[in-house]
Design a binder for this molecule. Structure first.
Ligand code: NAP
Length: 323
């Protein structure tokens, strides 16, 4: 009998075709995001799930999926999956690291440039037909070149942002659980405590994963430590930032602005966030280039097919179940 795979959102054709070649593919019929109950009901007889970061896979969901052997997430982050529970049940979980690193780092740089040079504000001015011509004192922004960048979580993506920012002559501060000698050697990056980074950086860019430890790691006290001229950039996961505290900080001029690609309650927006001209908001598009999404599709399909076949996925989050 062919394996049945449940896909919550269709991925690029190259990946869908790989799955169709090996099994029956069922696609969620829910418009918008399927709830965990809808996933459980629609995938009850499936051996594999292909999900996105918007889908929550909890113990309750897993309880209703007795045939499940494989979960493949179309993302590098896996905070939306109860990994301990999957491991306990022998369900292999795969993700898509590396292929999205440069695309996501580019987007962090795009947000840095956009907030500093008021790119979106300028675009709106012109579209609204409010631009009356060049003037020496109009639209003054902050420079990026030579300004200090603080990278919170200097892994694959944070490291790539360091490399790009080095091209802008930006002194680099970083935090991570472990030292990164290659960043220190190649880009003169300096490892510091989070408080030190917040006090010294002109741009604070978040690249740590969402865990119990990192949830709300940027809240009111941390925002208070930032310079009033500094910008916060988040392309990691929304819940690393306490968005209510961020709105207050923006209202009170505690920081100069922010650029966000991710939100605490996607796709909902915390009230007030969209009211500031010095805030740039993107719809979680860090990895959204044609090439990157194609590579993610192949990787996600390979992970799902391997785990559904009882083999270790090439990019496995819980490899211990295969030893
Ligand atoms: P990664 O290589 O695992 O890097 C994560 C970094 O965070 C590591 O340097 C890690 O330290 C550090 N870290 C972990 N816990 C920390 C803590 N408590 N305090 C400070 N640093 C901590 O992951 P990645 O591939 O760069 O991806 C990072 C995140 O980006 C993902 O988890 C995902 O949520 C997000 N993402 C978003 C998009 C998007 O579309 N916006 C796209 C891709 C990824 P060590 O190196 O010492 O372990």
């Amino acid at each position: 009998m062919k394996p049945i795979f449940f896909v919550t959102k269709p991925i690029p054709d190259i990946g869908m075709n790989m799955l169709r070649a090996k099994g029956d593919v069922r696609i969620s019929q829910t418009s918008g995001l399927p709830s965990d109950q809808e996933i459980a009901a629609a995938a009850a007889d499936c051996c594999g799930l292909l999900i996105t970061p918007a889908d929550q896979i909890t113990k309750t969901t897993l309880d209703q999926l007795p045939y499940l052997k494989a979960i493949s997430t179309f993302s590098v982050g896996f905070n939306h999956i109860d990994i301990a529970e999957c491991t306990r049940r022998g369900i292999g979980v795969g993700h898509t690291p590396d292929v999205l690193t440069a695309a996501t780092a580019e987007l962090a740089m795009a947000l840095i440039l956009a907030v500093a040079r008021r790119v979106v504000e300028g675009d709106r001015l012109i579209r609204d037909r409010r631009w009356h011509g060049w003037a020496p004192t109009d639209f003054l922004g902050s420079p990026v070149t030579g300004k200090t960048l603080g990278i919170v979580g200097a892994g694959r993506i944070g490291g790539c942002v360091a490399k790009m920012a080095h091209g802008f002559d930006m002194p680099i501060l970083y935090t991570a659980r472990t030292a990164k000698p290659e960043l220190e050697r190649d880009f003169k990056a300096q490892r510091v405590e989070l408080a030190d980074l917040l006090q010294r950086a002109d741009f604070v860019s978040i690249h740590a994963p969402l865990t119990d430890e990192t949830r709300h790691m940027i809240g009111c006290p941390q925002l208070q430590m930032m310079r009033p001229t500094a910008f916060l950039i988040n392309t990691s996961r929304g819940s690393l930032v306490d968005e209510a505290a961020l709105v207050t900080a923006l209202k009170d001029g505690i920081i100069a602005g922010c650029g966000l690609d991710v939100y605490e309650r996607e796709p909902q927006l915390t009230p007030g966030l969209a009211d500031f001209p010095n805030v740039v908001l993107l719809p979680h598009v860090g990895s959204a280039t044609l090439e990157t999404r194609g590579e993610m599709a192949v990787m996600a399909a390979e992970n799902l097919l391997a785990a559904a076949d009882g083999k270790r996925p090439p990019h496995c989050i819980n490899p211990q179940i295969y030893s």
